[in-house]
Design a protein around this ligand. Sequence first.
Ligand SMILES: Nc1nc2c(ncn2[C@@H]2O[C@H](COP(=O)(O)OP(=O)(O)OP(=O)(O)O)[C@@H](O)[C@H]2O)c(=O)[nH]1
Ligand SMILES: [Mg+2]
Length: 298
Amino acid sequence: MLESGFKSGFVSIVGRTNVGKSTLLNKMVGQKVAIMSDKPQTTRHKIQAALTGDGFQIVFLDTPGIHKPKHRLGEHMVKLALNTLREVDMVMLMVEAAMPGPGDRYILEQIKHIKNPVMLVINKIDLVDKNDLLAIIDTFQKGHNFAEIVPVSALNGENVQRLPEIITAYMPEGPQYYPDDMVVDRPERFIMSEIIREKVLHLTSQEIPHSVAVVVDQIEERPNDLLAVSATIYTERDSQKGILIGKGGGMLKQVGQLAREEIEVLLGSHIFLELWVKVKKDWRNRENYMKNFGLMEN
Ligand SMILES: Nc1nc2c(ncn2[C@@H]2O[C@H](COP(=O)(O)OP(=O)(O)OP(=O)(O)O)[C@@H](O)[C@H]2O)c(=O)[nH]1
Ligand SMILES: [Mg+2]
């Protein structure tokens, strides 16, 4: 329904990997809709989440971090992110509070011809002192004609509450795209698989976080409000499978326990979580696997 005066639109959050895009999105919409980690290339999908307020609705797009891809999956992720630039009413370019590097310059080049407003969000200001921040703002300002520049800390929330009002000023009049009670465009099955992947990212290192995909195979309702969930963690090599299972199954147990606890809070039901680990060699270069794992559209 188009109410007169109602403002709405789409805002894509883009930037290098690990700058804090998903952390900011979660903070803005007030719930965890996207997983976060200190490992690069955490986000693999384009996730939409709505922030609805009095007279406005902003639909944010969380996107994979822009990086130099080393395989087909990476290429696809970067394309997903860059393709949003022209789909949205406003671009939110996120950088870290540091002098621009080659990665930032590449992205500035990509947004050069964007007609819609681009807002620069300088994140992680909790890590720099104010004088350095002024020099950083000054340098970025010379790199593009930004509609707005807002320094924030997505982690501690500094300045985050100012964003909706600033963004809404740039939104056109439009309909409410999402109902009031709908925040994220992804089903529970997707969110469960992401939570499991997040626990793997937190508990493992080096190549393992990147080589993992998670698919929820089955969700079955059992008596007494119990949900039995069965999921498979795919990885690329036998050695990685060994590490993921761990000594005496210890690693898998830890992943399962942390994921189960979070899914239980999310769904408010008791969860019986069964995890499997399988090897699909070189899956990140094979589109049929990427499609099967829900990482690419058919
Ligand atoms: N100190 C500090 N750390 C932050 C802040 N925002 C995010 N982080 C941390 O930065 C890391 C990356 O955060 P994510 O939100 O996963 O980053 P992302 O940009 O979505 O990363 P990709 O999905 O890989 O592109 C995590 O360890 C966060 O806790 C911040 O404001 N301050
Ligand atoms: Mg992310």
